[in-house]
Design a protein around this ligand. Structure first.
Ligand code: F6P
Length: 552
C-alpha cells in the first residue's frame, strides 16, 4: 500500500477540497479584492497569474505542506547535486548543468561535469561559426544552405520547437528542417526541394540505435551518395550528435564530426546539450547562449526561492491539486503566439513520458492518478476548434494560457486582437455565464418567451475552469529558455509528489520490441501463432495486399 494518500497532509487537502469544491471561483474573487495581487508572481521575466484556480490562501499553504512532506526541497537538492535520482537507470539527472552559466562546479560520481560541457559548447560554437560564415564547405565546394536534423522524440521535438519559436532570430541564408517519422514521406518531401551539394545532415540520437532515425539516416546517406558517389562526401555532409561514439563510427561518420553528450541528460531534457546544434545553427551561438541563460535564471529561481514564491513549485502543486483532488485528467497548453505552436507537442513528450508512470520509484503500484494528458494548440486557432468542449463539455479541463506582451510582428492592432481573446477566454472559463445573465442577454436580443426558454440551457456556461496565465515581455531566446525550464521543473515537482521516477521511459519499450518481431514477419514468413487473432489477421491482410499492385 503506497503511503502518499495516507499522509496527513494529503488527507488535509482532501477534506479542504470537500468544502472548497462547493464554492465557485466567482465568489472567491468577489470576496477577496487582493486575490490577483497575492496569486500572481514574476521570475526570470515570466509573469504568472494563478489566481484563476479554485484555491484560497489556505489551499496553497496545505499544498506546500504536502510538498514538504514528500521532501520536495530535498529531492530538488539531490537533482542539482548530481545524485542518481534516475534510480531504474542508475543515472544522475543533470540537464541543469548544461545551462549552468555560473562558474559553480556541478559534480556527479565525484567529477565536475562543467569542463566537459564547456568543451562541447566550444566545439558547437566553432562549428556554428564555420557553417554560418560559409567557411565550412560541402564536398563540391559549395556553401551549406540547408540543415536537416534527423532524430525523433527528444532528439527532435525540443530543437524543432525552439527553432520554430525563435524563427524571428534565424538567419535567412540557412534553413533548418526536421525529419523524425520513419514514414518515407517525411524524408522524401523534405529533401525534394533540397540540393545534396548544399545540404548538411545532423543525425541526432542519444543511443544511436533508434530504428526510425537510423533508417532515415541511411536513406539520407544514399541520397547524398547518389549525386556525390564518394565516401569522402559523407564527412562534409554528415555530423552526429550522440552519447554512443562506437555506433556513430560504425555508421561511417567521422568521430571529428561528432558532438557528444552524456547519459545523465534525458532525451526529452536534451535540447540544452549538443542536441541543440540545429538551434545554434539556426539562430547563432550567441542566441543559443541566451537560451541557456534564461533557463539558468529559472533554475536559480527554482533552486533558491522560498516554496511559497517558487513558480515551478506553485504550478506543479496546483497541477497535482487539480489532477488528484479536482479530478481533472487533461491539461491544455494554449500559446497565444504562432511561434510557440510546437510547444504543446514538446510538452506532451516532456510531461507524459516523464510522469506517465503507474509504479513508484520503488516499483510499488500507485493508488492515485499520475501524469495528466497534455495537449493543446496555438490560440486563436484552438478557439475555433476545441474550446467548445473546454467551456461547456462534461469533463473539466485545466489550461495554461501563454502570450507575449510585445509581438515580433505587430501588424496594425492584430496583437491587441490576439490578446483580447487571450484575456477573454480565461475570464469566460473562470466566470462562466449564469442563467440570469444568459436570460438577460437573450431578452436584449428581443427573443420571445418560448424561444428564450428553449435557448437558455445552451447559453449557460458553468465556468470554474482553472487556468494559469503566463505573460512574457517578448519571446526572446532568454525568455523562451526560462519558460521551458519552468515546465521542466514543474514536471519534476509533480513526479516527486507522485513518487515516480520522471526520468526513465520503460513504457515505450514493449511496442519497440514487438515491432522488431513483426518487421521480420513483414519481410519474411508470417508466424500467426506469435500473436492474437487481430494482430495476425492484420499482418496477413497487409501482406496479401502488398503482393498485389496498389490502386491508382
Ligand atoms: O522511444 C522514446 C525515446 O526513447 C525517447 O525517450 C527519446 O527521446 C527517443 O526515443 C529517441 O531516442 P534516441 O535519441 O536515443 O534516438
Amino acid at each position: 500500500m503506497n503511503s502518499l494518500t495516507n499522509l496527513p497532509e494529503w488527507k488535509a487537502i482532501k477534506s479542504h477540497w470537500q468544502t472548497l469544491s462547493k464554492r465557485h471561483m466567482r465568489e472567491l474573487f468577489a470576496e477577496d479584492p487582493g486575490r490577483f495581487r497575492r496569486m500572481s508572481t514574476e521570475a526570470a521575466g515570466l509573469f504568472v497569474d494563478y489566481s484563476k484556480n479554485p484555491v484560497t490562501g489556505e489551499t496553497l499553504s496545505l499544498l506546500l505542506d504536502l510538498a514538504r512532506a514528500v521532501q520536495l526541497p530535498e529531492w530538488r537538492d539531490r537533482m542539482f547535486s548530481g545524485e542518481h535520482i534516475n534510480n531504474t537507470e542508475d543515472r544522475a539527472v543533470l540537464h541543469v548543468a548544461l545551462r549552468n552559466r555560473s562558474s559553480r562546479p556541478i559534480t556527479t560520481d565525484g567529477a565536475d561535469v562543467m569542463p566537459g560541457i564547456n568543451t562541447v559548447l566550444a566545439q558547437m560554437e566553432a562549428f556554428t561559426h564555420a557553417l554560418r560564415s560559409g567557411e565550412w564547405k560541402g564536398y563540391t565546394g559549395n556553401q551549406i544552405t540547408d540543415v536537416v536534423n534527423i532524430g525523433i522524440g527528444g532528439s527532435n521535438l525540443g530543437p524543432l520547437m525552439v527553432a520554430e519559436a525563435l524563427r524571428h532570430y534565424q538567419s535567412a541564408g540557412l534553413r533548418v528542417h526536421f525529419v523524425s517519422n520513419v514514414d518515407g514521406t517525411h524524408l522524401t518531401e523534405t529533401l525534394k526541394p533540397l540540393n545534396p551539394e548544399t545540404t548538411l545532415f545532423i543525425i541526432a540520437s542519444k543511443t544511436f540505435t533508434t530504428q526510425e532515425t537510423l533508417a532515415n539516416a541511411h536513406a539520407a546517406r544514399d541520397w547524398c551518395l547518389a549525386s556525390m558517389p564518394d565516401d569522402a562526401a559523407i564527412a562534409r555532409h554528415f555530423v552526429a550528435v550522440s552519447t554512443n561514439a562506437e555506433k556513430v563510427e560504425a555508421f561511417g561518420i567521422d568521430p571529428q564530426n561528432m558532438f557528444i553528450f552524456w547519459d545523465w541528460v534525458g532525451g526529452r531534457y536534451s535540447l540544452w546539450s549538443s542536441i541543440g546544434l540545429p538551434i545554434a545553427l539556426a539562430i547563432g551561438m550567441a542566441n543559443f547562449y541566451e537560451l541557456l541563460a534564461g533557463a539558468h535564471e529559472m533554475d536559480e529561481h527554482f533552486r533558491s526561492a522560498p516554496l511559497a514564491e517558487n513558480i515551478p513549485v506553485i504550478l506543479g502543486m496546483l497541477g497535482v491539486y487539480n489532477h488528484n483532488f479536482n479530478g481533472i485528467k487533461t491539461h491544455a497548453i494554449l500559446p497565444y503566439d504562432q511561434y510557440l505552436r510546437y510547444l504543446p507537442d514538446y510538452l506532451q513528450q516532456a510531461d507524459m513520458e516523464s510522469n506517465g508512470k503507474g509504479v513508484t520509484r520503488d516499483g510499488l503500484p500507485v493508488d492515485y492518478s499520475t501524469g495528466p494528458v497534455i495537449w493543446g494548440a496555438a490560440g486563436t486557432d484552438g478557439q475555433h476548434a476545441f474550446y467548445q468542449l473546454i467551456h461547456q463539455g462534461t469533463q473539466v479541463i485545466s489550461s495554461d494560457f501563454i502570450a507575449p506582451v510585445h509581438s515580433h510582428n505587430e501588424l496594425s492592432d492584430q496583437h491587441e486582437k490576439l490578446l483580447a481573446n487571450f484575456f477573454a477566454q480565461t475570464e469566460a472559463l473562470m466566470k462562466g455565464r449564469t442563467r440570469e445573465e444568459a436570460e438577460a442577454e437573450l431578452r436584449t436580443q428581443g427573443l420571445g418567451d418560448e424561444a428564450r426558454q428553449a435557448l437558455l440551457p445552451h447559453k449557460v456556461f458553468p465556468g470554474n475552469r482553472p487556468t494559469n496565465s503566463i505573460l512574457i515581455d517578448k519571446l526572446t531566446p532568454r525568455r523562451l529558455g526560462a519558460l521551458i525550464a519552468l515546465y521542466e521543473h514543474k514536471i519534476f515537482v509533480q513526479g516527486v509528489v507522485w513518487g515516480v521516477n520522471s526520468y526513465d521511459q520503460w513504457g515505450v519499450e514493449l511496442g519497440k520490441q514487438l515491432a522488431g518481431v513483426i518487421l521480420k514477419e513483414l519481410e519474411g514468413d508470417a508466424r500467426p501463432e506469435l500473436h492474437d487473432a487481430s494482430t495476425s489477421g492484420l499482418v496477413a491482410h497487409f501482406k496479401a495486399l502488398r503482393g498485389k499492385p496498389a490502386a491508382e
